[in-house]
Structures are given as C-alpha cells and as structure tokens.
Design a protein around this ligand. Structure first.
Ligand SMILES: NC(=O)c1ccc[n+]([C@@H]2O[C@H](COP(=O)([O-])OP(=O)(O)OC[C@H]3O[C@@H](n4cnc5c(N)ncnc54)[C@H](OP(=O)(O)O)[C@@H]3O)[C@@H](O)[C@H]2O)c1
Length: 269
C-alpha cells in the first residue's frame, strides 16, 4: 500500500483508506447491517486501509458507534481516525459537545483528524476555524482540516487558523474533476494542504470513462474500480472508498500498489 504525507505534517497515511457513509444508516440510524459493517471495518484495517473516515452526521451517530465497536477489536493505536463536525454545531459550545459525543461513541479520548464537514451557514468561517483550534488545543484531536471548502473559503480558513489546515476533503473522481477545473486541486497542492477524495468511485456510477477504465484494467489484470483509485493516487490525492463487501475491500487495498504510467494516465484523461 502506497503511503503519502498528510499536509505539511510528518504523518504518513495509506493512500487508500475506508469511508463509512451508509454503514449503520444514512441520515438516521439503521442497525440492520451492523455486524457486516463492523466486520468490514476490521477487514479494511487488516488489508492496510488504516485511515478510517467517519462523521457525527453518519447514521446520526450510529456509524461512529460501529467504528468504536470495530476499534475495540482492532486496537485504537492501529488506526488513523478522522471524524467531522456538522455545520449546525460550529459554535464553540456546540462543537465541544459534538467532539465529546463523537469521542464517546468512538470509545477513544482523541481523534487523529477533525474536520469542519461543510462550510458554516450561520457563523463566519473565521469563528468556526477559531473554534476547531480550541478543540485542537484541548487535545481532542491531533490535526484539524476542512471539507467541501472552495478556494476562497479555504483562504479564509487558513488565515483564521493558528494550526495548519492539513486537508480539504472534497468530491473527486475520474468522472468528476470539478476541483481541477476550479483550480482547487492546484491551490491545495501549492499550499501543502492534502486533498482527500470522497466518492472516489463516483458511488460506482462510472459511465463516461467506463470503456477506458476497462481497457487499462484488462491490461493490468485489475478491475475498473482499482484503476479509478490508482488514477486518484497518481493525481496525488488520498482517497477513502466505502466498501462493505470483502471482495471490494481487498480490491481497493490492492489498488494502493498500482502505479499508473504516464501513457495510461494520458489514455484515461
Ligand atoms: N465530506 C463529505 O461531504 C463526504 C461526502 C460523501 C462521502 N464522504 C466520505 O467518502 C466515502 C466514500 O464515498 P461514497 O461512499 O460516497 O462513495 P464511493 O466510495 O465512491 O462508492 C461506494 C460504493 O462503491 C462500491 N464499491 C467499493 N469498492 C468497490 C470495488 N472495488 N468494486 C466495485 N464496487 C465497489 C461500494 O459497494 P459495497 O459497499 O457494496 O462494497 C459502494 O456501493 C464515504 O463513505 C464517506 O466516508 C464524505
């Protein structure tokens, strides 16, 4: 599994981690696949995908509980743990309440990375970022970052933050290259802010690039999903595909060993 450095820190992370949206529910809890979800998280770590991405929003907290149950089996120290605070909890009292609840559900006393899930709606970016710095100062997380921030929002966040903003988690996949068009990818690279690509498989809704992915995959005895993940790594992005099926988990972990050539990248572009 390829490892890359997170932001300007010295923290190495696997290029491919695990997303957890829809494990344990969507916007409300759904316990019907709890056992399967916990097993998937344990397997993911076993396969080398030790960066786990979750959020207080997922399953209205239930997803974090499942991650917490998996961590009991895995051992907290084996995992780089990311969670996110929802935009209606960005005032300091709410954010402290959110992080404490998140930590309790996860069964740990500290996150590795805490993100502002979406830009704030009812307070300023400056205030939200100052507040997440307080969370950091209190030792509830090792690093802070943001998600779904545009270039101008990211500039505001960086200038309001005492501590480095180590990443911007954004939608990015071979079929949705908006962050290339908008200049956000280049901006992040120039500032040493890691891009963490979510929905890296476009939720498996690949159509425009399906034939080219298949062509590259066939030559490498790989799958289209693996090539889509390898494409993101070659672009310098971390990625966090969600998978519950063991076959998918294994494939995704192995994609972390595929280094696409310039010719393959050209074909896929
Ligand atoms: N910050 C944000 O606002 C935000 C927004 C969206 C997502 N996220 C994060 O990003 C993560 C990933 O994004 P996502 O869940 O939207 O979509 P995704 O990872 O692009 O796609 C997940 C889907 O792909 C399938 N899959 C996984 N590996 C596969 C493989 N090797 N071959 C074929 N199918 C495969 C999964 O199936 P099975 O589950 O059946 O295996 C699942 O249906 C989320 O889980 C979440 O942690 C963050």
């Amino acid at each position: 599994m390829k490892k890359m450095t997170l932001g300007k820190t010295s923290q190495l992370l696997p290029a491919i981690g695990l997303g957890t949206w829809e494990m344990g529910g969507g916007i409300s809890p759904d316990p019907s696949t709890d056992k399967e979800s916990i097993k998937s998280i344990i397997k993911a770590v076993e396969f080398g995908m030790t960066h786990i991405d979750t959020a207080e929003y997922y399953g209205a907290g239930h997803t974090e509980e499942l991650v917490g149950k998996a961590l009991k089996e895995i051992g907290r120290e084996k995992v780089f743990l990311t969670s996110k605070v929802w935009p209606n909890h960005l005032k300091i009292k709410d954010m402290l309440n959110s992080i404490e609840n998140t930590l309790e559900r996860l069964g740990t006393d500290r996150l590795d990375l805490y993100l502002v899930h979406w830009p704030p709606e009812d307070i300023s970016i400056k205030e939200a970022i100052q507040n997440i710095n307080i969370v950091l100062d209190r030792g509830y997380t090792r690093y802070i970052g943001v998600s779904n921030f545009s270039i101008s929002q990211l500039k505001e966040a960086v200038s309001a933050s005492k501590a480095p903003i180590v990443c911007n988690q954004v939608r990015y996949n071979i079929e949705d290259r908006e962050i290339e068009r908008s200049g956000l990818l280049d901006f992040c690279n120039s500032k040493g802010i890691s891009v963490v690509a979510y929905s890296p498989l476009n939720r498996m809704g690949m159509s425009a690039t399906a034939l080219k992915l298949e062509e590259v995959a066939k030559n490498r005895n790989a799958t289209s999903a693996q090539i889509a993940l390898a494409w993101l790594i070659k672009k310098g992005a971390f990625t966090i595909p969600k998978a519950i099926k063991e076959k998918h988990l294994l494939e995704n972990a192995k994609a972390g060993d595929i280094e696409l050539t310039d010719d393959e990248m050209e074909l896929l572009s």
